[in-house]
Design a protein around this ligand. Sequence first.
Ligand code: CP
Length: 320
Amino acid sequence: MPEIGPHLLSTDGLSAEQVSFILDTAEQFAAVNRRRVKKVPPLRGKTVINLFLEPSTRTRVSFELAAKRLSADAINLSGKDSSTSKGESLVDTVRTIEAMAPDILVLRHASSGAAAFVASELSRTAVINAGDGLHEHPTQALLDALTIRQRLGTLENLTVVFVGDVLRSRVARSNLYLLKTFGCQLRMIAPGTLAQPEFTSLGIEVHHSMESGLKNADVVMSLRMKHEYLKDTFVPSLEEYAAHYCITEELLEAYAPSSIVLAPGPYIRGVEVESAVVDGPRSAYTQQVENGVAVRMAAIFLLSIGSKDIKDPVNYESRE
Ligand code: CP
């Protein structure tokens, strides 16, 4: 079994074997989430601290649920509730948290590189990056991969298209590292101002029109306009953006008829994607959210227990 850890900060450097192992573990926890009683004992006595210094619905709730369903103790701390709001530095906050001996620290932060910085400052705590600024969101890419694998039966050699604000998307970056490992063909569709030039060196095709970019896509990923990062001078108006780049059922039917549509969320109906797509049969949004809990259970479990030969994670019993 491949090693996972000591932290989960990025998908860059994860091998296809490691990704598949995490997804296989997540599938076992997904079965627990479908039971009437959705709780198993493997992480009794472990502690997970969720430090969210930036807003979140999906990631924060799913990390808390993931820890609790594994019987770990979960503590949630937001920016306004923590002493960072009184001026304490991030490093002093996380050292203070580490002194209370948690096993896992899940961090969301508005600064790119914050999770790696925190991991370098801590010696006894595994850090999971739950989204750091414009940089990465590795558990989102893993839950996207699980969803794609479930819907299409494979992750290999697919054509995956990111549409929208690629420039400011940590989700796109984590997805592209992961999907490249499986030989996927990657494209982005964005206006010139929102295309990410850094990605072109990784072999991603750039398209500025939906007609050319969507052609024969297997997976279309809708990216939200990230107003919270940088001054929003990238498009003249959301209406104008939507007129050219909103994902519609008509476009998908014409150019990518067998595609599925994913979005990390939150998504803005009528701007990035029309309601008929969100609520239609191509949409994998609900499945993504469901898989978020299972993937985060796998991440917390594998970083807590280490890379022992664990064949049955659901029934794992610690002898520590
Ligand atoms: N996908 C995602 O990170 O959503 P939240 O911001 O709601 O956690």
